[in-house]
Ligand binder design. Structure first.
Ligand SMILES: [Zn+2]
Ligand SMILES: [Zn+2]
Length: 228
């Protein structure tokens, strides 16, 4: 039996089908249940020859690590509360916070895509009283069609995006995961605005992965495998 540990600590097991007939692929409900309980999810494959990597590609994109090295020996993110630190690229703004790792989420909305300049954005919603910021962020206020006003905070010096919050009476800071030092341990727990998600995100695991720049060596497909 092959065992495959995927980012987030969920264990997938390849189970041989004795008759080669039973077909059971993981349903969204099963994936969600496994996500909640962190228990082993058994995937029975349609064909015994199908590799576990192919099966794993059917799970939501954020289950799929970009680098095997990044996830090997990584425990599931610690339970709350967790102390984190972060800063902008130039260092003019730093922050520390007490956060709940279960709240990390990925947003695929078009505003996040455009404002971040990235295919999606990951955020860590944290009550404002749990965040201490040093330095002054500049705010760009985004006004939604509904009239909702969101302040998008960034460093005026280097442009690093730091958080978004209610423009008029901040209650929760959606800390941008990219500027949090502990980001590798903060695994997203859900995704939203999937309707506008970039469709090629799911193809990333099929692409070659270089350890550093494109002239550096390739690394493994991104899924740590062990055999028992
Ligand atoms: Zn800066
Ligand atoms: Zn968004």
């Amino acid at each position: 039996m092959n065992k495959c540990v995927i980012n987030g600590g969920i264990t997938y097991q390849q189970v041989r089908c004795p008759s080669n007939q039973a077909r059971k692929e993981p349903t969204l409900e099963e994936l969600n249940a496994a996500e909640k309980t962190r228990e082993t999810l058994v995937i029975r494959l349609a064909q015994c020859s199908m590799s576990i990597i192919q099966a794993a590609r059917r799970v939501p994109v954020w289950f799929q690590p970009f680098s095997a090295q990044a996830v090997q020996n990584k425990p599931y993110p610690p339970r709350p509360p967790m102390q984190i630190t972060g800063q902008c690229h130039c260092g003019a703004i730093t922050f520390n916070a007490t956060v709940d790792p279960k709240k990390v989420l990925v947003c695929h909305c078009t505003d996040c895509q455009r404002i971040s300049g990235a295919p999606f954005r990951a955020v860590l919603p944290t009550p404002v009283e749990d965040v201490t910021i040093s330095g002054t962020a500049k705010h760009y206020v985004k006004v939604a069609d509904s009239g909702n006003r969101r302040a998008q905070a960034f460093c005026a010096e280097c442009g690093t995006q730091l958080y978004a919050t209610e423009a008029d009476a901040p209650k929760v800071l959606n800390l941008r995961l990219g500027c949090v030092n502990e980001r590798a341990e903060l695994v997203p727990q859900k995704q939203m605005w999937g309707e506008s998600a970039i469709p090629w995100l799911g193809q990333l695991p099929d692409l070659p992965v270089h350890a550093k720049g494109v002239t550096s060596p390739l690394i493994s497909p991104g899924i740590a495998r062990s055999t028992d």
